[in-house]
Design a protein around this ligand. Structure first.
Ligand SMILES: C[S@@+](CC[C@H](N)C(=O)[O-])C[C@H]1O[C@@H](n2cnc3c(N)ncnc32)[C@H](O)[C@@H]1O
Length: 314
């Protein structure tokens, strides 16, 4: 979870505090200079050609009234957003959706889904918007444990990591989540991808029969230090619950809670994978080692993927 003010802007729903110039007039590099490196939505992969200039039918949409309204509200990819909204809604429902977007609701919450990696998760209002950077957790986890049989996604939110893992592994997958609003989205995502969900804190709602038998656990834990929450983009602060991002004084309280019980839930040789900020490296390792786990790191762009192993033979 990046701590800069642009966190949350890196999805299709980039919004600036002022009208954004038409994106077809600018290269991707120019846009990235303004808003940071862009994690593209599949729609944008189609929109950006090999020369990294916006192409296709975009110039004809310059006069698009809906795109103009979205641009005036600061939406960087106003043309893409207009198309996405029109594809999902029509008539009065479209007007309501546009009003919510202009008022600052993240685009994915307005659309009711987020397309991330190669999965599509249900996303109701007030549910954490999946970040593309978190897909590294699931990809690395699946690559490290392709033969995992029991897998858990702790704090599954809308079910993003569980959904990705369900497309990669032939395993029983269970997502846990404490927030009942996120659980509603997770349940719908779970039906599509065939995993289970259980409501409660971290490991506690898991079936007791899985204790000591979990081959692989993943989590995109809240890890923003409380004092830095104000740096998250205002649209996301207003529409995502604090419990999804607030990691306590140093951002590592959720990891402390999860690590504390990890060795009793993981199978011998079992693996837990999460993502932290580079400045949390030393303390996060100490927490894992104090809990009896062997900790290693893999770099992923600006983040660190933490891999904690329960010692023992698999
Ligand atoms: C950063 S979000 C990640 C959500 C999802 N894994 C994703 O990548 O989109 C963290 C999630 O942890 C959940 N959470 C926070 N505290 C929790 C707890 N004690 N037990 C279970 N889940 C919790 C939040 O509700 C939120 O959905």
């Amino acid at each position: 979870m990046r701590l800069d003010a642009l966190d949350g802007l890196r999805t299709l729903g980039h919004r600036l505090p002022r009208p954004a110039p038409p994106c077809h007039l600018r290269t991707r590099e120019q846009i990235e200079e303004e808003v940071g490196v862009i994690e593209t939505h599949p729609a944008q992969h189609e929109a950006f050609g090999p020369d990294r200039r916006v192409h296709g039918s975009y110039p004809t949409r310059v006069t698009d009234e809906l795109a103009e309204r979205l641009r005036a509200a600061g939406c960087v990819f106003a043309e893409d957003e207009a198309n996405a909204l029109r594809a999902a809604f029509s008539g009065e429902a479209l007007e309501t959706a546009v009003a919510r977007r202009i008022e600052g609701s993240p685009l994915e919450q307005v659309l009711g889904f987020a397309a991330i990696g190669d999965v599509r998760v249900d996303l109701g209002p007030g549910v954490f918007v999946p970040r593309a950077r978190a897909t590294a957790i699931a990809e690395i986890a699946a690559a490290r444990r392709p033969d995992a049989r029991i897998v858990v996604d702790l704090g599954c939110g809308a079910g993003t990591l569980a959904a990705i893992l369900a497309t990669r592994l032939a395993a029983r997958i269970i997502g846990t989540e404490v927030d009942p609003v996120a659980m509603s989205s997770a349940r719908r995502t779970a039906r599509r991808y065939g995993f289970e969900v259980a409501e409660g804190s971290w490991w506690s709602p898991l079936p007791s029969s899985s204790r000591g038998r979990i081959d692989l656990a993943v989590a995109y834990l809240p890890h923003v230090p409380t004092g830095q929450l104000h740096r998250i983009h205002a649209d996301f602060r207003a529409h995502e619950p604090e419990v999804s991002v607030d990691g306590g004084p140093d951002g590592l309280d959720p990891w402390r809670a999860v690590a504390h019980e990890a060795a009793s839930w993981l199978a011998p040789g079992g693996l837990f994978v999460t993502l932290i900020a580079p400045e949390q490296r030393t303390e996060a390792r100490r927490i894992g080692e104090d809990a009896g786990l062997d900790v290693e790191y893999e770099e992923s762009d600006d983040d660190l993927v933490l891999l904690a192993h329960r010692p023992g033979d698999r």
